[in-house]
Ligand binder design. Structure first.
Ligand code: ADP
Length: 329
């Protein structure tokens, strides 16, 4: 079996989440905020690195204390920041977040513009794509120019160099001026990806329908990813390849904060399927046991990510995943 290098490139937003120190309140009611590193592709980068994959992060932060803090966090998690750019043209993007009584996340973004949206085509260096591996991205760098064109350039280079392409839309409606544009760009990104991860809400948004099964069929028919993973919160996930749908139940844990669970899931899925990256790239159907195994590990990483407050502090190492799986057969 020919395999790709065990290397990952994650492209996207790297920002500060100011998280309400009190749960169950709206942003308006929040008394104080704690600084935490955020950005879905950055979480995936740290998660992959903890799971033993050599990982590079591509994105842009401000030339300010927050940007330096974020760069240091990635570096201290062994994520290579050679291709992380810093700019003095905008400040590091900020998001204020609180968990409301209903368990929903209340967000306000400071991003007009934020440094992450200023990633431009010149920032995307072909050298980054030496070797072969997996390229993972999301939709936050697709909301504004020049980051959108930069994302497309990186996607083209990743394809040119034979990377497996992975996409998680991470829908944040407040960041789009027009939701039809969001839907359009997400569909295009999915059509160019081999592995697509969505939650139920994102699947139904992209397909413009209220029925999950119909949404899955729509994405498979129109976007044709090699593997479509639909996460179902504590219920686990559905892994869909062609007509096959494998339901992998989630783990019962006492979760504290679900931030980053989806990102942990993506990293767990990609790292578990490492031996099949080439097959996925070629659109081959994988053995059922391989999908079950990967779904279970991805669910384990997702569940473990919910055990501590914040995403990055909670993302597990390879050893922690092994131990958890042994204890939760
Ligand atoms: P997203 O964060 O992208 O919306 P989900 O909330 O569906 O994604 O979570 C991703 C994965 O994390 C799930 O498929 C599941 O494996 C795991 N997970 C999330 N929440 C819980 C929970 N409360 N208990 C156990 N596992 C969870």
């Amino acid at each position: 079996m020919v395999s790709l290098d065990k290397k990952a490139i994650c492209l996207g937003e790297l920002l500060i989440d100011f998280v309400s120190t009190v749960n169950g309140v709206s942003l308006k009611e929040a008394p104080a905020f704690e600084k935490a590193p955020g950005g879905a592709p950055a979480n995936v980068a740290v998660a992959l690195s903890r799971l033993g994959i050599e990982t590079f992060f591509v994105g842009k932060v401000g030339q300010d204390a927050f940007g330096e803090f974020l760069r240091d966090v990635l570096q201290s998690n062994q994520v290579n920041t050679r291709f992380l750019k810093m700019t003095d043209r905008a400040k590091t993007t900020l998001a204020f977040v609180s968990l409301t009584r209903e368990g929903e996340r209340d967000f306000v973004f400071y991003r007009e513009p934020g440094a992450d949206t200023l990633l431009d085509q010149q920032d995307i260096e072909e050298e980054c794509f030496q070797g072969k591996g997996v390229f993972h991205f999301g939709s936050l760098t697709m909301t504004h120019e020049p980051a959108y064109s930069a994302t497309l350039k990186a996607l083209s280079l990743a394809k040119k160099h034979g990377y497996l392409i992975s996409f998680d839309p991470n829908l944040r409606p407040a960041l789009w001026k027009n939701l039809d544009t969001a839907r359009d760009r997400m569909r295009q990104a999915m059509s160019r990806s081999d592995v697509v991860k969505v939650n139920e809400e994102e699947a139904m948004f992209v397909a413009s329908c209220k029925d999950l099964q119909k949404a899955i069929e729509f994405i498979q028919f129109h976007c044709k990813p090699s593997l479509l993973a639909v996460t179902l919160g504590k219920e686990g996930c559905l892994l869909c390849q062609n007509e096959r749908q494998i339901r992998v139940p989630g783990f019962q844990v006492t979760s504290v904060d679900t931030t980053g669970a989806g990102d942990g899931f993506v990293a767990g899925l990609l790292s578990s399927l490492y031996m099949f990256w080439e097959e996925l790239k070629q659109g081959h159907a994988l053995p059922e046991e391989a999908l079950l195994h990967a779904g279970k590990r991805a669910n384990a990483v997702g569940a473990l990510t919910t055990l501590k407050k914040g995403a990055i502090p909670a993302l597990p190492t390879q050893d922690e995943v092994e131990t958890f799986l042994e204890e939760n057969v």
